[in-house]
Design a protein around this ligand. Structure first.
Ligand code: EPZ
Length: 416
């Protein structure tokens, strides 16, 4: 089992190329099922999750090949509608194949994803939306099963803003018969980017970027040929690294507007931020100031940056209050940070973080993707050595992280 060994205390300096967004690439990979043909996706990050998604597509009969960050998917030969538990349990986003399979084949047998490292991850909105569109779905031995489905346009409102359910229902609606109106949709850049890709393939979607989408079903779509947008969470994670190590990092190939809430919070904590067209330069303070954070759906502060922000606040001057309103139990990083000397009191979905001068390196364990990132950040700022175990969690969502950090002056290596 790979581990990361980090010797902390060194400011990071230099330019870092930000990879394509995992959470934008996965739904687009699923969307290739909507139209037979050869689809070309550029800037796809080489991650465990994109490789797992490729395996799911291959199990369905598609042909997937990677040439660097170019992913070619031939979905002509798709001849199965089953996404098995063995793969879905390792990556919840596999459920994205459900709507495209129903839309193209009228049938699907997709494993329910189950929970994740920090708690339950319901999919009730995915199912309710599809059922509103005429899909009679059964739950059979842990699988979502649809047969003889003919998707029809419908009006559906989301009780909760959901990235995944919005992407799922957008993919269901583009080939459905008639018009679909979706209300209270997610407007994360990953969702808007999916909509843009579908429109480029001939879909008729109005309202992208707003809370209401009106989708006119069409009979067929053209194959996808697109470049995946930059990863705003990777970018914000590197921005936090500059803030914690008192360094200066130029984040290249980014869209500042996609992580503006995180940038503003780091500015409030004392970093200097320069925004350019496709780059952001972050200069960290000698020591961050304490700040309060409440996570919200986009354009609010992303829950995917909550763990990383707790690491920043762990060494801040003062006490910070960080509340996650999206996931109430996403705090498995807290006890691991405490092993490094962080002083954090957890009260339900609120972390009260009393900043300490310095963290101390320790042996810690990664528990999920963003918790791992939080531990890497803490290790970069800590006194001495930090050994992070179970970093396969990190490999799900950060492309070549130790190479990128090493090039910025970090002392970090992968050991096993
Ligand atoms: C996406 O997950 C991301 N994953 C997550 O990133 C991210 O944390 C999350 O959106 C929120 O931004 C991908 O894009 C692959 P949601 P998703 O549906 O779609 C509730 C990472 O670190 N909900 O927006 O599963 C849910 O419990 C990952 O890259 C329902 O109640 O998240 C949560 O409280 C982790 N019923 C809220 O909505 C549903 O049917 C938001 O979840 C669906 C969701």
């Amino acid at each position: 089992m790979d581990k990361l060994l980090i010797t902390g205390g060194r400011p990071l300096h230099g330019a870092v190329p930000i990879s394509g967004a995992k959470n934008a690439a996965l739904p687009v990979m699923a969307a290739t099922l909507l139209a037979p043909g050869v689809h070309r996706l550029r800037n796809v990050p080489r991650l465990r999750d994109t490789r797992t998604f490729a395996k799911v597509l291959e199990l369905l009969g598609a042909k997937v090949s990677f040439d660097g960050n170019l992913c070619s998917i031939d979905s002509t030969g798709v001849n199965s509608v089953e996404a098995p538990y063995e793969l879905v349990k390792t990556m919840r986003a596999s459920i994205y194949v459900l709507a495209p399979l129903l839309a193209r084949f009228g049938a699907a047998r997709v494993s329910l994803p189950g929970g994740c490292a920090w708690g339950p991850r319901p999919v009730n909105l995915h199912l309710a939306g599809l059922q509103a569109m005429g899909a009679a779905l059964d739950i059979d031995h842990g699988y979502i099963v649809g047969r003889n489905v003919k998707l029809k346009g419908a009006r559906f409102g989301f009780d909760v803003v959901s990235v995944g359910a919005t992407a799922q229902l957008m993919m269901a609606a583009v080939l459905a018969e008639g018009t679909t109106v979706l209300e209270n949709v997610a407007v994360e850049p990953d969702v808007t980017a999916l909509g843009d890709v579908l429109v480029a393939c001939g879909a008729r979607i109005e309202g992208l970027g707003t809370r209401q989408l009106t989708i006119q079903g069409v009979t067929a779509l053209r194959p996808i040929d697109t470049t995946i947008i930059p990863d705003r969470i990777e970018a914000a994670t590197f921005a936090a690294a500059a803030a914690m190590t008192g360094g200066c990092l130029k984040l290249e190939r980014v869209v500042a507007a996609h992580f503006e809430a995180a940038l503003r919070k780091l500015e409030e904590a004392g970093s200097t931020i320069e925004r350019a067209i496709d780059a952001v330069t972050v200069t960290g303070p000698a020591r961050p100031k304490a700040v309060n954070v409440v996570t919200q759906p986009f354009p609010g502060f992303a829950t995917d940056m909550q763990a990383q922000m707790i690491a920043v606040c762990a060494i801040a001057d003062g006490t910070s209050v960080i509340e996650d309103t999206v996931y109430l139990d996403r705090f498995t990083h807290v006890p691991e940070l405490a092993r490094m000397g962080a002083s954090i009191e957890l009260k339900g979905n609120v972390a009260v973080v009393k900043g300490v001068e310095r963290l101390s390196g320790a042996q810690v364990m990664a528990t999920d993707l963003r918790a791992s990132a939080s531990l890497v950040l803490a290790g970069l700022a800590a006194q001495g050595e930090t050994l992070i175990d179970r970093i396969y969690h990190l490999d799900r969502g950060y492309e070549a992280l130790e190479q990128k950090l090493g090039a910025l002056g970090a002392r970090i290596q992968r050991v096993n």
